[in-house]
Ligand binder design. Structure first.
Ligand SMILES: [Zn+2]
Length: 294
């Protein structure tokens, strides 16, 4: 786990797993080998495996402790989920996430809020767990904060082979634990939502602020460092790839060379740092000495 502070807020990045996520052009059609060639030396070995050429992508949650609340930002893949479209994630068992949260001093009962950037399988998985054959909220005392536009889009896509909505979202609503908000909702003085649509219709980022310090959790508005020099490289599974590209460039412009700690979901570890200017595009300066690893 990696621990850091944003003012008086304590944040821990808790990793569920690290995946080899296919060759770059499998999901990012623009990232053909010739286009990627100028960046290979920069991307290997952390972001691209030198041996297989595949993207290296962690799956993680951010455990946020403000003076008032214990909050999870996104909830990884979870156990036993029906995701046949992604065989590596389908019917997984043995996710260490709850054990790791316990090691960080947080029992499931102690989580006050669960916030989801969007409703893809690797961001809502631990929203629920199987109990006696039924899906129930994993965090029994938490309010789950869902953006209305994202919820509506996920509900509209329900009924397919993957059961993300049915298994990881609907049971939370049925348990009465969902709080449905607009895409710019402010939870309190420390944390609020920022609309970042494109990857999904209702995708949001999370802004954190305390005592003059700032952070932002990206969700999947950006997936991997190769999108820094090419913000227009959107994955083929985006809801609206063109909008995703516009949102990503706007985000990178906004946070470039600013004292805002950027917490990504899928950049190689440690997945946090600062957006920098680099040539015509952007770069990333990974956080270092201000982090505690254990
Ligand atoms: Zn993701």
């Amino acid at each position: 786990m990696t621990t850091f502070a944003i003012g008086d807020i304590e944040v821990q990045a808790v990793v569920e797993r690290i995946d080899l996520a296919g060759l770059p052009h499998r999901d990012f059609p623009d990232a053909v080998p010739e286009a990627l060639a100028p960046y290979r030396a920069w991307l290997e070995p952390a972001a691209i495996c030198p041996r297989s050429g595949e993207l290296i992508m962690p799956v993680q949650t951010y455990l946020v402790r403000t003076g008032h609340h214990t909050i999870l930002l996104d909830t990884c893949i979870g156990n036993h989920k029906t995701i046949p479209s992604t065989p590596d994630a389908h019917m997984c068992e043995g996710s260490p996430l709850l054990l790791k949260l316990a090691a960080a001093g947080v029992q499931a009962e102690e989580v006050d809020f669960v916030m989801c950037s969007h409703m893809h399988y690797d961001h809502v998985g631990w929203n629920t767990k199987l109990l006696d054959g039924r899906w129930v909220p994993t965090f029994p005392n938490a309010k789950y904060v869902f953006a209305r536009a994202e919820l509506d889009a996920a509900a509209a896509e329900a009924g397919g082979e993957d059961k993300v909505y049915e298994e990881s979202v609907l049971p939370v609503i049925e348990a009465g634990q969902a709080v449905i908000v607009e895409m710019d909702h402010q939870l309190d003085d420390n944390i609020w939502l920022e609309p970042t649509p494109g990857h999904t219709a209702g995708h949001v980022a999370f802004r954190l602020r305390s005592n003059g310090a700032d952070g932002v959790m990206t969700g999947d508005l950006i997936h991997c460092p190769m999108q820094l020099p090419h913000p227009e490289w959107s994955p083929s599974f985006d809801y609206d790839p063109a909008m995703g590209g516009v949102t990503r460039r706007s985000f990178l412009d906004t946070y470039c060379e600013r004292d805002v700690l950027v917490m990504t979901q899928h950049f190689p570890l440690p997945s946090i740092g600062h957006i920098t200017g680099r040539g015509d595009g952007f770069g990333f300066r990974y956080a270092g000495s201000d982090l505690v690893h254990n």
